[in-house]
Design a protein around this ligand. Structure first.
Ligand SMILES: [Zn+2]
Length: 514
């Protein structure tokens, strides 16, 4: 804990205003080690393998190459609101090695662990989808879903068969969220359940595991996993430093009871001497990093600069959380700002309110920075996601934010869902070649204030080269001007070149969506 500011403050404060001395500093936190053993407990794995054998006895399997995965089977965006904590352990001895030859694994891990931000967001909902068309082999539901230790407790889960000898596992699901039953046929992108922390789990995450020809395998390709990627479009490991959460409160974070409880959130503080508390999740913090905070008044003048202090981390922190506090009194009411400066770079610019009006920070959430369809050329044989990119601080008073999604095919609503994830998925089978697919989202704050809708649309199987949702002479001109070239937006059939097949696609879709 640091006690400082009294002497410096005495030098710079306006002499006509009486201030109570400021004090504060780094309160606590540190590196987080999520799930370092057994996502699937041995007894549970035996139970699942028995279910698979029963299924295979009546569904003969053949060996063969599995189909490629069109997208990660969980709502949210990888390395944005989702963080992949562990990959599979390529090293079959006691070592730990992921597909890029680093150590983002635990010994013997056989899947990908994608963490959401908090238990609060588990309650808001993070949907999990089938990665491919398939049939349900095994499920379990009804188990406690707020585990904080890898203790071998039973999980809620789904196992799917995709033909051949290809199986996928979806683990740690939320209690009473499993939406499919054994024997049911599912389509790629179809909702299976919600992300949670059931079973042998320390934090809400999806454990996604792939098996083929009686062996588990790593879907991602890299320096330590040769061959082609199992993903149609692989997202590689993010290694730059970034913040995944930032929030403020007036509650003493030192009194936090620990997981699975959610940290309090508040962004409006009454004038007067008080500690402000704030906390964050940070990833890829380099060794020997330093921090500094700068407080700005409503008129944007600098009120206080903490100076620079070390985290004293002698090794890099891949996943860490920290909290700070500062106590000060001020006569300046209105919207303030704290800038977080790590290693000389501003990594967050966080608003807060000093006001006698407790509702000063209420109101609509932040605007998305972008809303887009993924993939941009929607295919009838693949699911499509609507991806929302949000600023780090999603509400200026740190209220929980949800996303109200609506999907339309040829102007008819085909799916509605509201949850906490930064993307939603429309499964295969919901649309056909030539259909106009539109995704919309309204960003909702917990008090009911919304912002939007924001939307994006396109034509299934191509024709919309400029991505404006309508096939017209602009798209025709793009195809003609790129004829013979490799220009992905106009290469609708993805054969590497814009040619007469693409011209035929734009002509047959002409006028769609306009
Ligand atoms: Zn796992």
């Amino acid at each position: 804990m640091l006690w400082l500011g009294i002497l410096l403050w005495g030098l710079i404060q306006p002499p006509t205003i009486e201030f109570v001395p400021m004090y504060g500093g780094l309160g606590g936190g540190g590196p987080v080690e999520m799930n370092h053993s057994g996502c699937i407990a041995p007894a549970e794995r035996m139970e699942v393998q028995a279910a698979i054998r029963r299924f295979q006895a009546i569904n003969p399997t053949v060996m063969g190459a599995p189909s490629k995965y069109p997208m990660y089977p969980q709502s949210g965006n990888l390395w944005d609101d989702l963080f992949v904590n562990n990959f599979t352990d390529i090293d079959l001895t006691s070592g730990e090695r992921d597909y890029e030859c680093t150590n983002f694994v635990y010994n013997g891990h056989q899947g990908h662990d994608s963490d959401i931000r908090s238990f609060m967001e588990q309650e808001l909902g993070y949907p999990v989808q089938a990665v491919l068309d398939g049939q349900v082999v095994a499920t379990r539901d009804g188990e406690f879903d707020r585990q904080t230790s890898a203790s071998g407790a039973p999980a809620n889960y789904v196992v799917l068969w995709h033909g051949g000898d290809h199986l996928t596992y979806y683990w740690h699901l939320r209690r009473n969220s499993v939406a499919v039953s054994v024997g049911q046929m599912v389509r790629a992108g179809q909702h299976l359940g919600m992300t949670a922390s059931s079973g042998s789990s320390t934090y809400p995450h999806l454990h996604f595991e792939s098996w083929n020809d009686n062996n588990w395998f790593e879907p991602s390709a890299g320096a330590c996993r040769s061959g082609s990627s199992q993903w149609q479009r692989q997202t590689n490991i993010r290694r730059d430093m970034y913040l995944r959460e930032f929030a403020m409160t007036d509650q003493h974070i030192g009194n936090y009871p620990g997981l699975p409880w959610e940290l309090p959130r508040k962004g409006t503080f009454a004038p007067g001497q008080q500690p402000l508390y704030w906390y964050m999740i940070v990833h890829n913090l380099p060794a020997f990093s330093n921090w500094r905070f700068r407080f700005f008044r409503p008129d944007n003048t600098l009120h206080f600069d903490t100076g620079t202090y070390g985290f004293n981390n002698t090794s890099p922190y891949r996943w860490a959380w920290f909290w700070w506090f500062w106590s000060f009194s001020t006569p300046f009411t209105g919207q303030w700002r704290i800038d977080a400066v790590f290693n000389g770079n501003v990594v967050a610019s966080a608003p807060f309110f000093i006001s006698n009006d407790a509702t000063a920070g209420h109101g609509p959430p932040a605007e998305p920075t972008s809303v887009s369809l993924d993939p941009p050329i929607v295919r009838a044989d693949r699911p499509v996601a609507l991806r929302v990119r949000m600023p780090l601080i999603r509400h200026r008073n740190y209220h929980p934010v949800t996303y109200r999604y609506q999907w339309l095919v040829n102007d008819a609503v085909v799916r509605e869902a509201e949850h906490g994830a930064h993307s939603d998925v429309l499964p295969v089978g919901s649309f056909q070649p030539g259909d106009v697919v539109r995704g919309e989202v309204i960003v909702m704050e917990s008090l009911g204030n919304g912002r939007g809708p924001y939307g994006a649309q396109t034509i299934v199987d191509g024709g919309d080269a400029n991505g404006d949702g309508c096939v017209d002479d602009t798209d025709l001109a793009i195809v003609l001007s790129q004829f013979g070239l490799a220009h992905p937006p106009a290469d609708f059939n993805e054969d590497g070149v814009v040619d007469d097949t693409d011209l035929a696609i734009v002509l047959s879709a002409f006028g769609r969506g306009c």
